[in-house]
Design a protein around this ligand. Structure first.
Ligand code: NAD
Ligand code: GLY
Length: 385
């Protein structure tokens, strides 16, 4: 049941300061990856953008660190900038704060040729992208991701949106950026807990796609966590290369296409985020727990080996990530999971693991097996799972 894998456009050992292509016809764009890129934003974007107005959307944590550098870099090249600084947090990835963004754009007479630039993590990126998809029926949009999680995943591929109180990311649009500019220098100010959360999505690529990358992480994940420059660039490059290949083969996550594999652990993880209240668990932490729950279920269904589950659990644990689900009633998990975007004709579709490096979508996991698996995860047998 493994999915056909599109050929990545770069090898896993790519060198620093890379430009990777995301080929999507007239929506194609580049991912630029390197250091010192914030100061080059104006020069890079000038030939790419149709107008001079740029709204820089960011938040109260990122703005004091990087907003001035971004404004200066853009103004030096003739752009007229407007900063829109939102409150920081997953809890604000919602309709009222999207409205604040639109209010600012309309009050400042932003036109169709204006660009929205997302400066921040996945929350800012998802909201900005959705605003760009809908403002004046669509304006250009640029991603400048500043967290590890958004650099390896959220900024690439054009999934944009906001949360609903009943479920994560339920309102949104597919809308591709004009460019993704990843300045790894920004990671030096990222708190350790956020770095670790980003590692969950890094590890995900190894589990769903690339067994050799997973083994490589097992050999020296600590170097990446310490932000060893070369290792960090290579890691982000590998992840974005895989993501670009998957997205260019299945932009809109079609039934049976490979993009859904990127949701490994997310159906469980989104349920955890929703049940606990947005912001209690970081997205990457919830995904880490969700990947272990998906791996446990895969083993229960005899799809993968116990040793695969153990390796996944061990690597996540070495990264300081949680692997045990919070204790909500099983029915609450099932209700939250039933509202997942992957539900089709009323049936839950889950990403499960065949082996490390290979995952597949399953449409017919019996409800009693899913219930038992969550129950077992919450109350492990003597001696652990
Ligand atoms: P986030 O955007 O909340 O950022 C994490 C924290 O780091 C925030 O407090 C932020 O202010 C802070 N921060 C950002 N950059 C910083 C820096 N350089 N220095 C110091 N602090 C910094 O969280 P995230 O983990 O980046 O993204 C999670 C979000 O992304 C979730 O909403 C998730 O649903 C979404 N997501 C989207 C996709 C997609 O394909 N669109 C993929 C994965 C996740
Ligand atoms: N993060 C999942 C996707 O982009 O499809």
């Amino acid at each position: 049941m493994g999915q056909p894998k599109p050929t990545p456009h770069k090898s896993a050992t790519a060198i620093p300061d890379e430009i990777l292509a995301v080929p999507l016809g007239d929506r194609s764009y580049d991912i630029v990856l390197g250091t010192g890129l914030l100061s080059q934003l104006g020069a890079r974007l000038r030939p790419l953008l149709p107008g001079k107005q740029v709204a820089i959307v960011t938040n109260t944590t990122v703005a004091p660190r990087y907003l001035e550098a971004v404004e200066t870099a853009l103004r030096q090249h003739g752009f007229v900038t407007l900063a829109i600084v939102l409150p920081d947090g997953e809890a604000y990835k919602d309709w009222p704060h999207l409205q604040i963004l639109f209010d600012a754009l309309i009050q400042h007479c932003f036109e169709r040729s204006a660009t929205l630039l997302a400066l921040g993590g996945g929350v800012v990126g998802d909201m900005t992208g959705f605003a760009a998809a809908t403002f004046l029926r669509g304006v250009p949009f640029v991603q400048v991701p500043t967290t590890l999680l958004s650099q390896v995943d959220a900024s690439v591929g054009g999934k944009t949106g906001i949360n609903h109180p009943l479920g994560k990311n339920l309102i949104g649009a597919f809308y591709q950026p004009r460019q993704v500019i990843i300045d790894v220098d920004t990671l030096t100010t990222l708190p350790q807990r956020e770095r670790l959360a980003g590692m969950a999505e890094v590890i995900k690529y190894g589990i769903i796609w690339d067994a050799a990358f997973f083994a490589h992480l097992e050999q020296g994940v600590e170097g990446i966590l310490d932000l060893e420059h070369r290792l960090l660039i290579d890691t982000i490059c590998t992840c974005t290369t895989i993501k670009a290949a998957i997205v260019s083969g299945d932009e809109r996550e079609t039934a049976g296409g490979p993009r859904a594999l990127l949701n490994l652990g997310h159906t469980f993880g989104h349920a955890i985020e929703t049940l606990a209240g947005y912001g209690h668990w970081l997205h990457g932490e919830a995904v880490a727990i969700g990947m272990v729950m998906a791996a446990d279920l895969s083993q229960q269904l005899n799809l993968c080996r116990a040793s695969d589950v153990a390796r996944i659990r061990q690597l996540l644990t070495r990264c300081g990530l949680p692997v045990k689900a919070p204790d909500f009633p099983v029915d609450h998990y099932l209700d939250a999971m039933a509202r997942d975007k992957k539900v089709m004709d009323g049936a839950l579709r889950l990403v499960l693991i065949n082996s490390i490096g290979q995952a597949s979508i399953h449409r017919a996991v019996p409800m009693d097996r899913l219930r038992q698996s969550i129950q077992r995860h919450l109350n492990p047998p003597e001696g652990g799972l």
